[in-house]
Design a protein around this ligand. Sequence first.
Ligand SMILES: NC(=O)c1ccc[n+]([C@@H]2O[C@H](COP(=O)([O-])OP(=O)(O)OC[C@H]3O[C@@H](n4cnc5c(N)ncnc54)[C@H](O)[C@@H]3O)[C@@H](O)[C@H]2O)c1
Length: 351
Amino acid sequence: MRILVTGGCGFIGANFLLKYVPQLPDVQFLNLDALTYAGNPLSLQSIADRENYDFAHINLANDLEVTNAVEGFQPTHIVHFAAETHVDRSIKYPRDFLNSNVIGTFNLLEAARQVWGDNLSDKVFHHVSTDEVYGELGETGMFEETTPYSPNSPYSASKASSDHMVRAWNHTYGLPTKITNCSNNYGPYQFPEKLIPVMSLNALAGKPLPVYGKGENIRDWLFVGDHAEAIFRVMTDGPVGETFNIGGNAERTNLQVVHGICQAVAEISNQPVEKIQDQITFVTDRPGHDFRYAIDTTKIKNELGWQPSQSFEEGLHQTVKWYSENPNWIEAVKSGEYLKWINEHYQGESN
Ligand SMILES: NC(=O)c1ccc[n+]([C@@H]2O[C@H](COP(=O)([O-])OP(=O)(O)OC[C@H]3O[C@@H](n4cnc5c(N)ncnc54)[C@H](O)[C@@H]3O)[C@@H](O)[C@H]2O)c1
């Protein structure tokens, strides 16, 4: 196998590479990443010098660079993580989401089609997507693979668009594609703009914990290591042309998540939980905030035997502990140190 990963310097891509690069020394990996604000090469320091790992600083919106990279590496498998991913940012800067998520995916599909030609028997194009493409649920029901798409934010609309293209490239050109739609991930190396890292860091630092609305929105949560394993399972064992939903069977309101973080911080720092809960404040909700997401994982469980290994409470404790034990990574990200590092190391390159 030769696995081309896109967006490997982001949260989930980095966890995928940190797990599989050391575990599969006979497999060559190439990581294509534009190093946006969310891409942090420091996360991959422990594998950066391995012989089976290489990195290329490439923006997927640049079709020529993408084709050259795919041509040069000759992958058997492509795992496409790269995307703009933060809903709040998509409301402010929707064009970035179209460029990376829609045009970027189109360029990668075309590069794969051009480079692989008719030689498709041992190839896989795995597109990593989100449950947000299905829209929102009321109090009941779950997203199944057959649930009609109904994206509500610029982020989910751009991901839905990329999913449709991947499906169409399979149907029209016979490209061997697979799609996974996953619920909210949490774990180490997540950029501190999303709910769990923001709340964990604020709780540890004694700062306010700002919860949107009344904190009643519900999400399903999956530990990132479990997501990496599910992707690998679908990539290797899933039938071509299929979609699999991935979830953690862990529905929680945002307020429950924040209370869980307060509990973990109380245990780690040996403080009374009430003291940390006092830091919770309620702020104006984001526009168009989807009420509830829930994932039916019957298909991946029955057909591929995958299910999450980590309970939400264990995974959350482990995650908060990781943030408390890695102040260097946090400081580098928050102080813009890694942006400086990127400028020093990648000056003069494209993008
Ligand atoms: N985080 C979640 O909870 C979650 C849940 C389900 C699905 N997903 C999907 O998983 C994938 C990875 O998510 P994440 O949380 O790791 O994202 P992230 O924002 O942490 O990282 C995204 C990575 O993609 C890179 N990137 C962005 N635009 C690029 C471009 N034009 N060219 C090349 N690289 C580019 C960034 O530099 C960064 O390294 C995304 O496709 C996302 O939609 C995420």
